[in-house]
Design a protein around this ligand. Structure first.
Ligand SMILES: Cc1ncc(COP(=O)(O)O)c(C=O)c1O
Length: 462
């Protein structure tokens, strides 16, 4: 064994203790560290020849790189839809690495069964029935991709084509209909050989809405002349957190032949609160469902879950048949369900968080975040230099400059907020208007943080 490895092996507890102390210090200071990187990253160092050992690596990381890491896990990083990491989920994540399980194949481990338990808990949390099976993937993009891959296989079933053998081209042109799809849906269509251009955006409800007009969707389906299609329903849009009427869309299945995929990446968490659960009423009727976990469950990157009612089709797409891996029979191994073959036990951080805080703890995060988003929305509404672009429906505040909201000025506003170190917001375009979004999905954010964000906005918006 190389000298540095042998040294580290003999001092493993000390190394882990140092990493623990460093992490604890950093995380304790998270609420006050600048939310965005202070400047350009250092230049690249040469590949180490002999190696500095674990303690040396920690020292170099602390000196060269950690100072430029953002406070994105902290309470005032409101860019994109960024969750933090609950204390228990961090512990679970560390243990994922320490145990280093590979969930492919039977592997002589209970780890896959832990993933199944976690998936069953999440299914219940999001109000899905037992007809849905699920698996962990890396994020909502991967979850949408898996859902649409199963949809593609279903189209083959309807058209008498074995897509997994014959290829997507054998299907002919595929119709994917959606109101306000996330960009990851088009990416998934590109990956799956359906093609980005096959996405048909169906008109939205009038009156500042991002939800699909179900009557127009019905006409579009009727116009397909009986050809099976894919409908992507959106449960929580990124700009204004609008929700398609899932129950009404699902009811169309009685008359039209389509696969219903629901992108509930963060909107699915509405199910946790009786106050908002009606927004995702009907989610269970979807054929496949995407929910992200590194967003509102507040587990570390990267984790999402995908659910489907047709695991048989999922196995048809993803099975990895080889004598040494075991063929899918009975309860399939995860390697026959998801794009990866070797897989990290990314269920463990979620398992830890669910055990530690339960349904009640995670509901509190959702309800607090929504209350804070509304409070920021009210504050912004009262600022003369800014105006809300949509009502705060759940956890995102979408707003712009009251006057001359050019892309340059809105961008400059976002940069001024980031440069203050106090908060981080990301630009968007809503209904043709350059805008900013403040997305609340971090477990640590408080009313005091929201006041600080509002103070910065008041200062930089004049
Ligand atoms: C509705 C929706 N779908 C999909 C995604 C993609 O998520 P990820 O970055 O985890 O792949 C996002 C990310 O914000 C989202 O909001």
């Amino acid at each position: 064994m190389h000298r540095t490895l042998a040294d580290d092996l003999s001092r493993l507890p000390e190394l882990l203790q140092s990493a623990r102390d460093f992490a604890a210090r950093e995380v304790a200071g998270l609420a006050e560290r600048p939310v965005a990187a202070p400047g350009p990253a250092p230049g690249r160092a040469p590949l180490p020849g002999e190696g500095a050992g674990g303690a040396g690596a920690l020292a170099r990381f602390a000196e060269r790189w950690a100072p430029g890491f953002s406070g994105s896990a902290g309470p005032r990083y409101l860019g994109f839809v960024t969750g933090g990491a609950t204390p228990a989920s961090v512990a679970g994540d560390w243990l994922t690495s320490a145990f280093d399980q590979n969930l492919s194949g039977p592997g002589g481990s209970w780890a896959a069964e832990l993933e199944r338990e976690t998936v069953a808990w999440l299914r219940e949390l999001f109000g899905l029935g037992e007809a849905h099976s699920g698996a962990f993937v890396t994020g909502a993009t991967a979850s949408n991709t898996v859902g649409l891959a199963i949809a593609r296989e279903w189209l083959g079933e309807r058209l008498g084509v074995d897509v997994s053998r014959e290829g997507a081209a054998a299907l002919g042109p595929v119709d994917v209909l959606s109101g306000s799809p996330h960009s990851s849906v088009a990416k998934a269509m590109s990956v799956l050989g359906i093609g980005r251009d096959r996405l048909r955006q169906v008109p939205l409800l009038p009156g500042n809405r991002e939800a699909v007009d179900v009557a127009t969707l019905e006409s579009a389906l009727a116009g397909l002349g009986g050809r099976p299609a894919i409908v992507v329903a959106n449960a929580g849009t990124v700009n204004t957190v609008d929700f398609d009427d899932l129950r009404a869309i699902a009811a169309l299945k009685e008359r039209y032949d389509f696969w219903l995929h629901a992108d509930a990446a963060f909107g699915g968490f509405a199910a946790l609160s009786p106050a908002y659960a009606d927004l995702v009423d009907g989610l269970d009727a979807a054929d496949s469902v995407c929910v992200d976990l590194h967003k509102w469950l507040n587990v570390p990157y990267d984790a999402a879950v995908q659910f489907t009612r047709r695991r048989d089709l999922q196995v048809a797409v993803f099975h990895n048949a080889s004598p040494y891996l075991g063929l899918p029979a009975g309860e399939p191994d995860f390697l026959h369900l998801t794009p990866e073959n070797s897989r990290r036990l990314r269920a463990l951080p979620a398992w830890f968080s669910l055990v530690a805080y339960g349904r009640a703890g995670h509901r509190e995060i959702v309800e607090r975040n929504v209350a804070l988003a509304r409070s920021l929305g009210e504050g912004i509404d009262a600022l003369p230099g800014l105006r809300l672009l949509a009502p705060v429906r759940l956890n995102v505040v979408c707003f712009t400059l009251a006057e001359d909201a050019s892309p340059e000025r809105v961008d400059a506003l976002a940069q001024a907020v980031a440069a203050s170190g106090e908060a981080y917001l990301t630009p968007t375009v809503y209904d043709g208007v350059p805008a900013l979004r403040a997305a609340f999905s971090n477990w640590r954010t408080t009313e005091a943080d929201t006041r600080r964000v509002l103070d910065v906005l008041a200062a930089v918006s004049g």
